[in-house]
Write a protein that binds this ligand. Sequence first.
Ligand code: SAH
Length: 351
Amino acid sequence: MNNKELIDKLNTQKALSKYEWVQLFRSFSQEDRLYAADLARHIALERFGKKVYIRGIVEFTNYCKNDCYYCGIRCSNRNAQRYRLNKEEILSCCDEGRALGFMSFVLQGGEDPRYSLEQMCDIVRAIKQHHPDCAVTLSLGELSEQAYKALYEAGADRYLLRHETADAAHYAKLHPESLTLAHRMECLRALKKIGYQTGCGMMIGSPYQTPECLAEDMLFIKAFEPHMVGVGPFLPHKDTPFKDCPPGSYETTLFVLSLIRIMLPQTLLPATTALGTVHPLGREEGIKAGANVVMPNLSPTAVRKKYMLYDNKICTGDESAQCIACLKGRLAAIGYEIVESRGDYSAVGDR
Ligand code: SAH
């Protein structure tokens, strides 16, 4: 089968074999990519119209106990200027976000044990109390099942935990020994079982990634049926062991976004900040290739430059209000608009 036939097969059967995925990732042309983007865009238009959901990210701590080789806030980076936001600061980011039309907040941070489970639950409860009509997403890394449960009971609706790569050997090349794919997967299964709308995802072009790794990612995503999938290019950070590695490919990232949309028509798929960093029109092109979510930053301007997962991250000098105004303009330029909505996952796929 040629690549176009494989993409058609994915569209009708919603699955490919490992062998077929590998062929596609090894040999796709720009024409194949644009063919997939066209299909994916139409699928997204059918489900979501020209409407894009927004999530406001509050990057509340850049302390991290982990040492992931790719990440700029890894614990051994002595050059990172560390910060933490307290409950009041986090709440005021959400208040500001709500006033700007956000109804979905993502608390993301390094794995920072300084926040106790009780404190995190208290923060989640406070956000839900102030904004009962809004959704809270957590992105706090790997915790125990009991902790995930307590946070869910405190009111958290969603959890983002990228699997990073579904190939165990590749996972071991990106992380120290203390972190394993098996445990990451265990966390993902626990999150889904508890009832979270759960997001997995991976970087495109991370060091040592092969077409086989991407094939494993697609098979995993198909089997796991996540509610959200976060995909962006790997980008090097100057203070990490991967500082000299090349960035992930912009085109491959767009292709993967389209393939995920074709495979899982109803999934929530962000055009990520990393995609907007690797190319000035990355987020717009992501939407045109099948994504339906953008995740602007709601962190206080004073800390934005400190949450540097990779070099040259965009929007770190802006106020939240500027960011949303800028995005509205960018989306309007391609004929899309931001909706004021929680943007929940819907299995039936109606608007
Ligand atoms: N501590 C949380 C949040 C991690 S940061 C957790 O473990 O889930 C969110 C995501 O940023 C990561 O899952 C990773 O996929 C991505 N990321 C980290 N460093 C990156 C880099 N150098 N380039 C691109 N994406 C990166």
